[in-house]
Design a protein around this ligand. Structure first.
Ligand SMILES: [Zn+2]
Length: 50
């Protein structure tokens, strides 16, 4: 599986590690983040009785 990268300078998608003379970054955020805005409500079960 190829890893698409994105130029932080011109926003172009590329497979190169560098673009516009700058290092490219992965455009895809991690699938599971620690910051789940609803996790605290699920843990408290606050919506279960509604
Ligand atoms: Zn670029």
């Amino acid at each position: 599986m190829k890893r698409m990268r994105r130029c932080v300078c011109c926003r172009a998608y590329t497979l190169e590690k560098e673009h516009c003379g700058r290092e490219t970054a992965s455009p895809h955020p991690p699938k599971f983040t620690a910051e789940d805005p609803y996790a605290q409500y699920r843990r408290k079960g606050r919506w279960s009785g509604l």
